[in-house]
Design a protein. Structure first.
Length: 217
């Protein structure tokens, strides 16, 4: 007879149709998820407005903070496209870590990267208007980048990725990028975006912040 005390818990795979809310921001969390197929969107409410934090694609895991740090859900997870998900509770995770310690290392590295990205996203989402949010995102992405002979700083990012980062619709991102191009503040490259030299984007950010302060009075 098999010794049940040595039997390892295994993650269970479930199918969730589009529209399913896996969990809501503030809920108690007892499981994490690994996306096998489909798409899941993460959103967060800021200033009474729900903003998109990111899109989970096959291979991504999410919800791990709740069971690893015993904290409420920090976002809402909604299935956008019929999805198959591995559901991992705390016991399954513990067994996985004991069986394969390198899983812990990989998970904590991924968690650190996700937390850093989430911090950037939340900071960007605090800017209410689309133009300010986009300009701050581009500025942050190109800060510290290598300067070309023409004095431009470049970043490898496309409109879809900028939309995910800023919580804006892709078409809104494209419209505002064209406005920045016409103002000669940025240039579009095959590999991404290039920011104008001589701190012109910094000056434009100062102008937008001044305009925002005047509008709030």
């Amino acid at each position: 007879m098999q010794d049940m005390s040595t039997e390892k818990s295994l993650p269970q795979e479930y199918h969730y149709p589009a529209g399913t809310v896996l969990y809501r921001e503030g809920d108690e969390g007892k499981e994490m998820y690994v996306l096998r197929s489909g798409r899941v969107e993460l959103t967060k409410r800021l200033r009474s407005i729900e903003k998109r934090l990111g899109m989970m694609l096959p291979g991504d895991f999410f919800g791990e903070l709740s069971i690893m740090c015993n904290m409420p859900r920090i976002a809402t997870a909604t299935v956008l496209e019929d999805a198959n998900l591995l559901v991992i509770d705390s016991q399954v995770l513990e067994d996985m870590v004991v069986e394969s310690p390198e899983i812990t290392v990989r998970m904590f590295k991924k968690m650190a990267a996700k937390l850093a990205e989430a911090g950037v996203q939340i900071e960007l989402l605090m800017h209410m208007d689309a133009e300010s949010r986009l300009v701050h995102a581009v500025h942050r992405l190109t800060k510290g980048a290598r300067v070309s002979e023409e004095g431009y700083r470049t970043c490898n990012i496309n409109p879809r990725e900028l939309a995910l980062l800023t919580g804006l619709e892709e078409k809104v991102v494209k419209v505002n990028l064209e406005r920045l191009v016409r103002a000669d503040l940025i240039r579009k490259k095959k590999s991404g975006l290039a920011v104008a030299p001589n701190n012109r984007l910094d000056e434009y950010i100062e102008f937008l912040e001044l305009k925002s302060r005047v509008q709030r009075r």
